[in-house]
Design a protein around this ligand. Structure first.
Ligand SMILES: *[C@@H]1O[C@H](CO)[C@@H](O)[C@H](O)[C@H]1NC(C)=O
Ligand SMILES: *[C@@H]1O[C@H](CO)[C@@H](O)[C@H](O)[C@H]1NC(C)=O
Length: 451
């Protein structure tokens, strides 16, 4: 029952697997699904001192909780691991060998482009069912229609409904892993029944961002309805499971539904995105220390990403959020990749992206440093759009020739000098985030003296 293991270090996040009532006043009672943070192992290695999200401390049994771990996919995380793309009828039959009734996969139809085929092993034979795509819906029998493949598979998993058998076991494509399983293994799966969605606070192309309540905690939820879009967000969520810093918006958990709906649950940031915050408050409300605090917050987050070899790729004031107590946190890890990644990306915002990243898709911490310079400029100009009065198509040619934006009104020279260091055309000559952080801290201390 008890596993021998090295003790978890302080700060380890755990999620409760069972309810624990506790027997003494020193115990910390919890319910299945609660999040707990380890403080220290007790003399008995099966018990830890821990803290719950309300800050209460006490002793907990180690085997009642699961340690949360970053979801790193050696293979590709997929919502549809049974989808094999364009393979032939013969290849499908080979994949479903040795025969096992209920083993299935879905492939793109070779005979009818745009349609799919559901291949199911049945009493030693493979049946191929054509899935017709008609008016944006999918159907096998033209009686029952589905929005997407996940819903179709969910239906025939519950009921054979005319097929030779119910779908029992997915034939997983080589190199992929089921995203649902990986999130739950890492301790990141949340229970849909405990999430109350309350109000839409933002709309994206992918779906809505809502404010909600999860077990008494106010949360923000990205609701992604469409299975194809959800697949893209799976990558973002898996990056977020690997990151933990006070100045990064924290992932709380993920809900993956059988029908392909995905919910990404994060901490709620009461004051919205930094660019709107700066614009709405402006010069009269935000003093020098408020602005400098934001730059410090972001530099700390970015120094953390730098240390851990993550490249954000989309750093901008619109992707920084502000908490109730005015702490800035970096968000939107949709394009974030490990530094070693070579995969190129969709269209990037020209005004924030470094010349070498635009030109050669060379993304690195140094291209994030360039964007950080632009973000500093946004902060000190209270949310203006960068490169004012320059037509978009002229921005890149001028920047490539060495053009840099002017110092925003009222911005201290020392801060403007930092921006210019970030905008060095030679990526190697730009400072590290560690250096930027230290320099900003230094300015902050100096300012304190002047007050
Ligand atoms: C998926 O199922 C849930 C209920 O389990 C429902 O609320 C949601 O709307 C469904 N999503 C789609 C895309 O049909
Ligand atoms: C800036 O940060 C310091 C240190 O955290 C804090 O004491 C101060 O209140 C902050 N200032 C503003 C305006 O938020």
């Amino acid at each position: 029952m008890t596993e021998v293991q090295t003790p978890w270090p302080q700060g380890t996040e755990c999620v409760a697997r069972y309810n624990f009532k506790g027997t003494s006043e020193h115990d910390l009672p919890f319910n299945k699904g609660d999040l707990l943070s380890i403080i220290v192992v007790t003399k008995d290695p099966n018990w830890y001192k821990a803290k719950n999200s309300a800050g209460r401390e006490g002793t907990i049994p180690a085997n009642y909780v699961q340690k949360r771990e970053g979801v790193k996919s050696g293979g590709k995380l997929s919502l549809m691991p049974w989808f094999h793309g364009k393979i032939t009828r013969n290849q499908a039959e080979q994949l479903l060998c040795p025969p096992e009734t209920g083993l299935f996969l879905v492939r793109e139809s070779t005979n009818f482009p745009g349609d799919y085929t559901l291949c199911v092993s049945c009493d030693g034979k493979v049946e191929h069912y054509r899935i017709i795509y008609h008016n944006g819906k999918l159907s096998i029998d033209e009686e029952e229609y589905f929005e997407n493949l996940m819903q179709l598979v969910e239906h025939y998993t519950k009921d054979a409904d005319g097929l030779c058998t119910r779908l029992l076991k997915p034939k997983v494509e080589e190199g992929t892993v089921a995203a649902q399983d990986e999130f739950s293994k890492g301790g990141w799966s949340m229970n849909r029944n405990e999430l109350k969605l309350q109000q839409v606070i933002g709309k994206g192309e992918f779906g809505d961002v809502m404010v909600g309540d999860y077990r008494g905690t106010k949360v923000a939820v990205k609701c992604i309805k469409n299975d194809a879009t959800a697949q893209a967000f799976i990558a973002e969520a898996s990056v977020m499971t690997q990151l933990r810093h006070d100045n990064l918006v924290q992932l709380l958990g993920v809900i993956v539904e059988e029908n392909g709906s995905l919910y990404i649950v994060t901490e709620y940031m009461a004051k919205g995105c930094l660019v709107d915050y700066l614009r709405s408050r402006g010069r009269t409300v935000l003093g020098a220390d408020a602005l400098l605090n934001f730059t410090l917050d972001v530099s700390e987050a970015m120094a953390y990403l730098e240390t851990n070899n993550f490249v954000h790729r989309d750093l901008a004031a619109r992707n920084v959020l502000v908490s109730e107590d005015n702490i800035a946190k970096v968000s939107d890890f949709g394009l974030t990749k490990e530094a070693s990644s070579t995969q190129d990306t969709a269209k990037l915002p020209v005004k924030w992206t470094s010349p070498e990243a635009l030109r050669e898709k060379k993304f690195s911490t140094k291209s994030d440093v360039w964007s950080f310079g632009v973000l500093l400029w946004e902060i000190y100009s209270f949310g203006r759009v960068p490169y004012p009065r320059i037509p978009l198509k002229e921005v890149v040619p001028r920047v490539e020739k060495g053009y840099v934006m002017d110092c925003p009104d009222g911005c201290p020279e020392v801060v403007y000098n930092i921006m210019k260091m970030c905008w060095n055309l030679d990526p190697g000559a730009r400072p590290t985030f560690q250096m930027l952080k230290e320099r900003l801290q230094h300015i902050s201390k100096g300012m304190g003296k002047n007050l």
